[in-house]
Design a protein around this ligand. Structure first.
Ligand code: GDP
Ligand code: IMO
Ligand code: MG
Length: 429
């Protein structure tokens, strides 16, 4: 048996889709454990781009099984659309997709609440994806959420849906001053129509995954979002509403933490963030614009321009700590091919003094001054290079600098969006 996890170490969009697709080759199961269709994971195969929101990135390998774990929040219509899309491109889905009956549903009122709560916050808004993620997790934690298993029983689903519609209408009207009425019959029949089409994909994934592990199969866990967006240890409140670091794997799958063997992080060779919140190394200048242009930094889910900045090793050291990473995969090295010099942040100064820990409040993190080390650029194309030794010396030194600072190996370096634009430095599994 072998279990391996891939998690983002920055603020998302590190290239998890591409790396999970490559590592799926050796996996039997690829498993999402948190989040929902706020994720946008891109895989490019032979020039065709696939963006996955709910289905694990292993779905593009015809013979792999894909699991949507109990820790996820699922928009059934989004799920059906994605399954239909995969079928349309000629990839088989029957017998390959397993959706946890314990996962929570995202319902229309969650999206309304997401929008209302963002609007009322004005300039302080989080910049969510407006997919209803936060309100769905709020219901889960508040023990009023509706789980997929509830759809099996007409009476239970009707009762819970009625109560939720009543509660959400009151909240939207009285707290947010939104005049909205949800049509119970319409929502009920819409959800049931979709449920009929996807019900054969729904199962007890906790038993399924534990059995798979016991019988020696290889499991690949695919994180969505990233460590700095984790609800507990990310840059709260500018985070998502799930445990999007490796800390969420166990709770989101029903697999004991003792059974997660290897955890690898992914980081871009620079940093991006989409939405609000502190970002110490952000570049609001033409250097940031060059990073955005070269990296095509626009959201895979919302199309919003991503904020861009230099690599933040101080933040990555914190991500390494909380995930206890076995290594860090670096993506988008090629984006830096055009720079004369490259800055990397090696520490933070707060109120004139160097600090030794990653700040826990957004206010403190907004006030830090990043301390940079400047490394020479390489000004050569890296995209088609297949071996570490063939990279320009400056690029090798940049990667070695990261390894030394973080005291962790870099097992893979990605130099382009395509499957084969990858340098394998050592075995991952
Ligand atoms: P994810 O959410 O972590 O899966 O990442 P996204 O798919 O949202 O964003 C990563 C983007 O970078 C996608 O458009 C990928 O096709 C692209 N990408 C991935 N790796 C590389 C790379 O090494 N170089 C370049 N230039 N693009 C990459
Ligand atoms: P992948 O998996 C980047 C960000 C949103 C917002 C915050 C909360 O593709 O890396 P939410 O809708 O989750 O309540 O929004 O989190 N966010 C992401 N940023 N990549 C993602 O996913 C993201 N999913 C959510 O922009 O700032
Ligand atoms: Mg993404």
């Amino acid at each position: 048996m072998s279990t391996l996890a891939i998690v983002g170490t920055q603020w998302g969009d590190e290239g998890k889709g591409k790396i999970v697709d490559i590592l799926s080759e050796k996996a039997d199961y690829i498993v999402r454990f948190q989040g929902g269709n706020n994720a946008g994971h891109t895989v490019v195969i032979d020039g065709t781009k696939y963006i996955l929101h709910l289905l694990p990135s292993g779905i593009l390998h015809n013979d792999k099984k894909c699991v949507l774990g109990n820790g996820m929040v699922i928009d059934l219509e989004g799920l059906l659309n994605e399954i239909e899309f995969i079928k349309r491109v000629g990839i088989p889905v029957e017998g390959r997709i397993f959706v946890s009956e314990r996962a929570h549903l995202i319902l229309p009122y969650h999206k309304e609440l997401d929008a209302a709560s963002e609007k009322i916050k004005g300039n302080g808004s989080i910049g969510t994806t407006l997919k209803g993620i936060g309100p769905a997790y709020r219901d889960k934690a508040g023990r009023v959420g509706i789980r997929i298993a509830d759809l099996r029983d007409e009476e239970t689903f009707k009762e819970k849906l009625k109560w939720n519609i009543m509660e959400k209408e009151l909240t939207l009207k009285n707290v947010y001053n939104y005049d909205v009425n949800f049509n119970f019959d319409e929502i009920y029949s819409h959800i049931m129509r979709i449920y009929e089409k996807v019900s054969h994909f729904i199962s007890d994934t906790v038993s399924l995954l534990n059995k798979a592990i016991d019988s020696g199969e290889n499991i690949l866990f695919e994180g969505a979002q990233a460590t700095l967006l984790d609800i507990d240890i990310g840059t709260y409140p500018y985070v998502t509403s799930s445990n999007s670091s490796a800390l969420g794997i166990s709770a989101g799958t029903g697999i004991s933490p003792k059974k997660v063997e290897k955890i690898y992080g992914i980081a871009k060779a620079y940093t991006t963030r989409v939405g609000g919140g502190p970002f110490p190394t952000e570049l609001k200048c033409n250097v940031g614009e060059l990073l955005r242009a070269r990296g095509h930094e626009y959201g895979s889910t919302t199309g919003r321009p991503r904020r861009c900045g230099w690599l933040d090793l101080f933040a990555l050291r914190f991500s390494k700590l909380v995930n206890d990473l076995d290594g860090l995969i670096i993506t988008k090295l090629d984006v830096l091919d055009a720079f004369d010099e490259i800055n990397v942040c090696v520490g933070y100064e707060l109120n004139g003094e160097m600090i030794d820990h990653f700040p826990s409040t957004a206010k403190e993190l907004s006030a830090v001054k990043p301390i940079y080390e400047t490394l020479p650029g390489w000004k050569k194309e890296t995209t088609h290079i297949k071996r570490f030794e063939d990279l320009p010396e400056e690029a090798q030194n940049f990667l070695k600098f990261i390894e030394d600072y973080l005291e962790t190996p870099i097992p893979m370096v990605s130099t382009g969006p395509q499957r084969d634009e990858i340098i394998n430095c050592c075995e991952i599994w």
